[in-house]
Design a protein around this ligand. Structure first.
Ligand code: AMP
Length: 466
């Protein structure tokens, strides 16, 4: 199968050619012809399968025919996180460069003003996180009655983050006669119900989910005898020091862990920066760009923040602990060893992580070699317990699998950053008044971030310049 056989127009094909793609991926080959004809699609695929192009390419093709009208976008794309929304917009720019289509991005942490002006003029495509979209809709800045195509990306993540009621509300505001595309890595019952309620005879396109880790990745487990956070941080540092890293991602299970681990790495002289849902958007974009450009060596991330991000191949992945959801282990370590290159992963497992680690091993059906950096065992034995945790967490950690609690708390832990964007109108007015007073004509003054970078620093991400 070639791209020429899918029914895409010459402008889209030219952009695809420039992107260097030789052939459509399986999800593209199956979804694109159906989307071009206006049909609904339920795509069960995760990141890395080419799913973004599977909806962006035919969407551009279809939109090429009409014209944008003020405040009435013709296509609405919903994504769970700001980064994913920004990434979809980058794809739209890449594949749409030969089509004169307009786009606005409504994501939290970014000034309304510029996007509002774009909306007023009329955009073909609106890419948004649900919270920010509802906010803008409630302000009367937006009419959704002209939406011909709705695309819901990463629906299962939306569920994890508590966005399903927002999505239902948004669907009820759209014209009933429309095309609806829904993409999700998994199909839990809530998402199946959503698809049944809002889609019309969708074509189901499924790309098999890997439950196997790539052979190009050499996996290690570092088993330490203590649940103490200080011991874990020490182990992480020693492991990183032992490796010859080009660049690496350190995955943590919670936002607070991301912060503590990043601060500890920086304190010990490592070139590290954090990315998670509570950090200002501009800082997150800037950090990602620095990492992509090779200016930052270690990215410390939560699963939700890193999910779906198109980060180029990294040499090492470090798991500060095994993930609460087994399949996230495959996503995490799949950040390395891409496209035939080799990569290494190291997972730190303390006694409280054993249950989660056993789940990972059951899923990957592989043995993972144990690794212990020279001198670490002795160093950990000499380590005084972490002051902050002494007498608190340890007993609880022993009594109940720590991973169990993490599993329940993680989505809630990540969700508020987006959900909080929606307030009651009264609260919002108050907030806006005080914000206006504070910000005057500079909408983007942000809190200094962990490493002292304020706002954008010297950098403005591309999507904000539009
Ligand atoms: P996605 O699953 O949408 O996150 O895409 C993952 C990566 O695959 C992105 O870097 C895309 O640029 C790339 N990609 C998308 N379609 C193709 C294709 N047909 N051939 C090669 N790479 C592709």
């Amino acid at each position: 199968m070639t791209f020429d056989e899918l029914g895409l127009g010459p402008n889209v094909l030219k952009a695809v050619k420039e992107a260097g793609y030789e052939a459509p991926t399986p999800i593209q080959a199956q979804a694109i012809p159906h989307v071009i004809l206006g049909g609904d699609v339920t795509g069960i695929a995760q990141t890395g399968t080419g799913k973004t192009a599977a909806f962006v390419l035919p969407m551009i093709h279809r939109l090429a025919r009409g014209r944008a009208r003020a405040r009435m976008p013709r296509c609405l794309i919903l994504a769970p996180t700001r980064e994913l929304a920004a990434q979809v917009s980058e794809n739209f720019e890449k594949y749409g460069k030969y089509n004169k289509l307009t786009m606005a991005l409504l994501i939290g942490g970014v000034s309304f003003k510029e996007q509002e002006m774009l909306l007023m003029r009329g955009v073909d495509v609106l890419i948004a996180t649900p919270g920010r979209l509802m906010d803008q809709f409630d302000r009367g800045k937006l009419l959704l009655t002209g939406v011909e195509t709705l695309i819901i990306d990463e629906a299962d993540r939306m569920l994890d983050m508590g966005f399903i009621p927002d999505i239902e509300k948004i669907c009820s505001l759209l014209p009933p006669k429309r095309q609806t595309l829904l993409f999700s890595a998994t199909m839990p019952p809530e998402i199946t119900r959503l698809a049944e309620k809002f889609q019309n005879l969708p074509k189901r396109v499924e790309v098999s989910r890997p439950t196997q880790t790539a052979d190009t990745i050499t996996q290690h487990v570092v088993k330490i005898p203590s649940n103490d956070a200080k011991a874990k941080r020490t182990a992480l540092r020693r492991v990183i020091e032992t490796c010859e890293i080009n660049n690496g991602i350190v995955f943590c299970n919670r936002k607070v862990e991301v912060d503590v681990v990043t601060a500890s790495l920086i304190k010990h002289g490592f070139d590290a920066a954090a990315i998670h849902g509570d950090l200002p958007q501009a800082y997150r974009s800037q950090t990602l760009e620095r990492f992509r450009d090779g200016e930052l060596k270690l990215l410390v991330a939560s699963d939700v923040a890193a999910r779906g991000l198109d980060i180029p191949d990294v040499s090492h992945v470090f798991n500060y602990a095994p993930p609460p959801k087994d399949e996230d282990y495959i996503h995490r370590i799949g950040r390395t060893g891409r496209a035939g290159r080799t990569g290494e992963s190291y997972t730190i497992v303390s006694p409280g992580d054993e249950k989660a680690w056993a789940g990972v091993l059951r899923m990957i059906k592989k043995d993972v070699a144990e690794f212990m950096p020279d001198g670490l065992e002795a160093e950990l034995a000499d380590l005084p317990p972490d002051e902050g945790r002494r007498g608190r967490g340890k007993g609880r950690d022993r009594g109940r699998g720590r991973s169990d609690r993490r599993e329940r708390s993680e989505p809630r832990d990540e969700a508020p950053a987006e959900t909080r964007e929606r307030d009651t109108s009264e609260k919002r007015e108050r907030r806006d008044r005080s914000r206006d007073r504070k910000r005057k004509d500079d909408d983007l003054i942000l809190e200094p971030a962990a490493d002292g970078v304020k706002g954008f620093g010297d950098h403005v991400p591309d999507f904000l310049k539009r």
